[in-house]
Design a protein around this ligand. Structure first.
Ligand SMILES: Nc1ncnc2c1ncn2[C@@H]1O[C@H](COP(=O)(O)OP(=O)(O)OP(=O)(O)O)[C@@H](O)[C@H]1O
Ligand SMILES: [Mg+2]
Length: 251
């Protein structure tokens, strides 16, 4: 498989002396869905911000196989709400189109298409306060996919949602991803979530974060996110990742 991005020995030490990351090396293949799990405070968000080019590593570097500036190739879905409360749903999605230089009609069509994919067409004219938490995260996802960036960086996008909404969104996210096959880096605390979604799960240690293990997820695509949970192999893999996480925290 073609390479998308290389993370080479990235460390991050903040000015106050906190070392968040210590020698993180990873390689993402084009079109792969990678998940990163790790204990709270181990540097996951810091790593994602470095991948996005929003933060500089203290040492090491990140390289895109395609070359060029990283910011132009990355779309990010944040841990906390990241849609604008004063904009309607369709305007929030259209933010993702900035810089693409689309004509107005093409931009409108693109926004409609994304709203359809996340099932929010009927809410195009609504404001965020009129939406549920799950619907707001769907707006963020629609915006990220609309942007046509090569790489999608997602930082616990579903952490604040109830289990039922979350599982629904797993299905939606995978359906949209199958459609576009962007490279996804998905950060989560949820072991089950990581195994449901990803081709590869990276397990981080406690702070300073290092990569403790890499687990390949063998399930075929497209995946049925509900049926998969009943597969004994799924249960086995979840327990395996839990074990690695515990081991990593002790390391
Ligand atoms: N700008 C900053 N200045 C100083 N320390 C920071 C800064 N940003 C993060 N840190 C510290 O770096 C460490 C890693 O933080 P980070 O947000 O990356 O963790 P995380 O793995 O995303 O945690 P969580 O799972 O709780 O979201 C923490 O100890 C945090 O306090
Ligand atoms: Mg975080």
């Amino acid at each position: 498989m073609d390479r998308e991005m290389i993370v080479d020995a990235v460390s991050k030490r903040f000015e106050d002396g906190t070392t968040a990351l210590d020698g993180v090396s990873l390689e993402f293949a084009r079109g792969e869905f990678a998940a990163i799990v790790g204990p709270s405070g181990c540097g996951k968000t810091t790593l994602l911000r470095i991948l996005a080019g929003l933060e500089e590593p203290t040492s090491g570097h990140v390289e895109l196989a395609a070359g060029g500036g990283r910011r132009d190739h990355m779309a990010m879905v944040f841990q906390e709400q990241s849609i604008y409360p004063w904009m309607r749903v369709r305007e929030n999605v259209a933010v993702g189109l900035h810089g693409l230089g689309l004509a107005l009609a093409a931009a409108r069509a693109k926004v409609e298409e994304q709203l359809d994919l996340v099932g929010l067409r009927a809410f195009a004219g609504a404001f965020p306060h009129q939406l549920s938490g799950g619907m707001k995260q769907r707006v963020s996802i629609a915006r990220a996919f609309a942007s046509e960036r090569r790489v999608l960086l997602m930082d616990e996008p579903f952490a604040a949602l109830d289990e039922q909404t979350k599982i629904g969104l797993h299905g939606e996210l995978l359906r949209i991803w199958e459609h576009t096959r962007k490279t996804v880096v998905f950060i989560t605390h949820g072991i089950e979530e990581s195994v449901v979604l990803a081709d590869r799960v990276y397990v981080m240690t406690g702070r300073p974060g290092r990569i403790h293990a890499r687990v390949d997820v063998p399930f075929s695509r497209p995946r049925d996110v509900v049926a998969l949970r009943g597969d004994p192999e799924f249960g086995r893999l979840v327990v395996h990742v839990w074990g690695l996480l515990r081991e990593g925290m002790a390391a």
